[in-house]
Design a protein around this ligand. Structure first.
Ligand SMILES: CC(C)(COP(=O)(O)OP(=O)(O)OC[C@H]1O[C@@H](n2cnc3c(N)ncnc32)[C@H](O)[C@@H]1OP(=O)(O)O)[C@@H](O)C(=O)NCCC(=O)NCCS
Length: 174
């Protein structure tokens, strides 16, 4: 397994992995037509192309030895609706997804560590942010183990469904 920074040649693999991991994790929560529209809007290769090319974003893609995409992360300036979240000076882990076939082997921890290191390299000791679904206990356990604490909540729309999301924050040690 190795981590790469995705480029245009990886967009199809990234798009496929992003749609597959979102669907296997959250797909059961939404009417099929809402899920389809959300996947098209969020993970179409041309949508991802713009986000991958945006220098404010940081991406990593984990590939196995045969080049298959296993997991990915995306970080960038914080966009969460919290009064103390400052997009000019704070980072956010925006996406962290490990394919079900590769979960439970430490990849999530490794990618979270890489994300925290990037946020600290870019934003120094500023707070680091994550939004997570209120019932995603597995991800919350992972984030909690690395010092992320719940400091707020908001609603995340997928079609006509409004998900309850928690806002987590970690302040790197001085
Ligand atoms: C959440 C996720 C990123 C964790 O990645 P992973 O590679 O499976 O996890 P790791 O093997 O690195 O384990 C990290 C921690 O996750 C938690 N965890 C892992 N498997 C778990 C399980 N079956 N049940 C509960 N917690 C579990 C534990 O806290 C674990 O730490 P520990 O091994 O010290 O107990 C991954 O499961 C995933 O992508 N899930 C679907 C998408 C998702 O929920 N993304 C987060 C959106 S905010």
């Amino acid at each position: 397994m190795h981590l790469i920074t995705p480029t245009t040649e990886h967009l199809a693999a990234l798009s496929g992995l992003a749609a597959a991991t979102f669907t296997e994790t959250f797909g059961h929560l939404y009417p099929p037509e809402d899920l389809k529209a959300f996947l098209l809007k969020s993970y179409a290769a041309d949508t991802l192309a713009a986000e991958v090319a945006d220098p404010a974003n940081y991406w990593k893609l984990a590939l196995d030895d045969d080049g298959r995409a296993l997991a990915y992360l995306q970080c960038g300036p914080v966009g969460l609706p919290h009064g103390e979240a400052d997009p000019m000076s704070h980072g956010e882990l925006k996406r962290l997804y490990v394919h079900s076939s590769a979960q439970g082997q430490g990849l999530g921890k490794r990618l979270l560590t890489v994300a925290m290191e990037w946020m600290q390299a870019v934003y120094g000791k500023a707070p680091q942010w994550i939004g997570v679904w209120s019932e995603n206990h597995k991800a919350q356990a992972l984030y909690g183990a690395y010092g992320f604490e719940r400091v707020g909540e908001y609603k995340f729309p997928v079609g006509r469904t409004l998900d309850d999301e928690f806002i987590l924050r970690r302040v790197p040690l001085k």
